[in-house]
Design a binder for this molecule. Structure first.
Ligand SMILES: *[C@@H]1O[C@H](CO)[C@@H](O)[C@H](O)[C@H]1NC(C)=O
Ligand SMILES: *[C@@H]1O[C@H](CO)[C@@H](O)[C@H](O)[C@H]1NC(C)=O
Length: 436
């Protein structure tokens, strides 16, 4: 019997948003036969990633990845999205790779294939029983991408589809710099007009060598506030890592930026309170000798801010925060003492009587880099310091399956938090929430 010709591989949807689940169904194989389902992706930077899992077909000759047990591979157990979150560089790749989508106007293309038997290697030399290409998008149809260069900004605005008006969000990434658009694009796909802002390596800094000041963030805020399709009193700020430091500072002290709510992903309030961005980074650098390294020479940055200081001039006075604040914390964060910081902030806010504004999502065995759902987990990767231009292998932490679950859960809860606080009961953008 020619097995190949009649195997049916069905993946739905073949085109979806990055945070959408898919179904992978293999039909018409020999009842009880052993199969390997594999995902393959070639990144924009040319590196190849793969994930695979071993299944046994049931007595009807079917494997359903959403419901059946993986018996081994890059993940095990019932993991509907394991083929995406357990993607890892193919054997022989250079160490320290981290997958990041730089061009959100093209999809991440993933080839799902089925192979006979329980295979772990040599996929390139085999002909699969069946293959299907799926597209994963950060940007939903109808979302507008608008580069913003006026007033010295290096930013991109993503506007949801439809007339609006929409709530707005200022999106800040961490210490690696660059203009990263994918999270803002995905947030806009969920109805929130989002401005991705490069504050570490914007053109103006690259040209003059000077880091931006508070005014830069105020200018970015005004771009959102003055946009005719954005609700000027419904603006949030989201920051990861170093971006979180800026979120705390802004929420506590800014006279200009008035936030409806704020989110920090693995951030810390520890920083010299009156410092400029430049001085803040210098402060982190001066503590650099506190960093440890693993036997594999991966740098653990987290001790840099430990122990949490008692000196009030060295941490943001979170007692001043008057908007709802969501902290997302990976308890295995090796990069930043996010957990210790969250506990200290909670205590400060309890003492001040504003802890009702605080929500902490804390995940055991999750590392520093909390990305949107199903993004592959990087426990460590190359990190180039913006200031010193040194490249080190940074240990972010996290255990892959637990980290994947944290990303999925944190993203869902963050969207609920943002919508609850930005729409304030009503939901003017609901009709425009894109579904692919
Ligand atoms: C085999 O799996 C498919 C898909 O999950 C299911 O519809 C079918 O009922 C299963 N067959 C048996 C005999 O359990
Ligand atoms: C940060 O929190 C997330 C959420 O758990 C976690 O997965 C991640 O590993 C933590 N570290 C950072 C900094 O993102």
């Amino acid at each position: 019997m020619d097995v190949k010709s009649c195997v049916n591989l069905w993946v739905q949807p073949t085109r979806g948003l990055m945070d959408e689940k898919f179904v992978v169904l293999v039909q018409n194989v020999l009842p009880g036969s052993q199969l390997t389902v594999r995902a393959f992706h070639r990144c924009e930077d040319g590196h190849s990633w793969e994930a695979f899992a071993h299944y046994n077909a049931n007595t009807s000759g079917t494997v359903n990845v959403a419901e059946d047990l993986s018996l081994g591979g890059t993940y095990s157990g019932v993991e509907p999205m394991g083929l995406l979150w357990s993607l890892r560089p193919v054997p022989g790749s250079k160490p320290g790779l981290r997958m990041r989508k730089m061009n959100v106007q093209t999809p991440m293309e993933v080839t799902i294939s089925v192979y006979q038997g329980h295979q772990t290697e040599g996929f390139m030399d085999q002909v699969p029983l069946a293959s299907e290409m799926v597209e994963r998008w950060y940007i939903a149809p109808g979302v507008h991408r608008i580069p913003i260069t006026e007033d010295g900004l290096s930013a991109t605005l993503f506007l949801p589809s439809g007339p609006g008006p929409f709530p707005g969000l200022l999106d800040l990434w961490g210490g690696g710099g660059k203009l990263l658009e994918y999270r803002a694009a995905l947030l806009a796909s969920h109805g929130i007009a989002s401005l991705a802002l490069d504050y570490l390596t914007p053109k103006i800094t690259m040209k003059t060598g000077r880091m931006v000041d508070d005014q830069y963030f105020e200018t970015a805020y005004r771009v959102l506030q003055q946009h005719p399709q954005i609700l000027d009193s419904r603006i949030a700020m989201l920051g990861l890592s170093l971006g979180g430091s800026i979120v705390f500072k802004t929420a506590a002290y800014s006279q200009v930026i008035k936030l409806s709510c704020a989110v920090s992903i693995n951030g810390s309030h520890v920083q010299p309170v009156d410092a400029s961005l430049d001085e803040m980074i210098l402060f982190f650098k001066e503590n650099a000798e506190k960093c440890r390294s693993t036997e594999q020479n991966e740098v653990i940055f987290r001790d840099l801010l430990l122990p949490i200081p008692t000196d009030p001039t060295l941490k943001v006075d979170v007692a001043r925060i008057q908007c709802p604040l969501l902290l997302v914390v990976g308890e295995d964060d090796q990069n930043w003492p996010a957990h210790e910081s969250a506990m200290d902030m909670k205590e400060m806010m309890e003492r001040a009587g504003n802890s009702h504004l605080l929500t902490v999502l804390s995940y055991p065995n999750a590392g520093h880099l909390i990305e949107p759902p199903y993004a592959p987990h990087a426990r460590a990767s190359s990190f180039r310091s913006v200031k010193s231009h040194e490249t080190v292998m940074a240990l972010w932490g996290g255990e892959t399956a637990a980290h994947a679950r944290a990303q999925e859960d944190a993203w869902r809860k963050m969207l609920v938090f943002l919508k609850a606080n930005l729409y304030g009961g009503t939901n003017p953008g609901a009709a425009s929430f894109s579904k692919l």
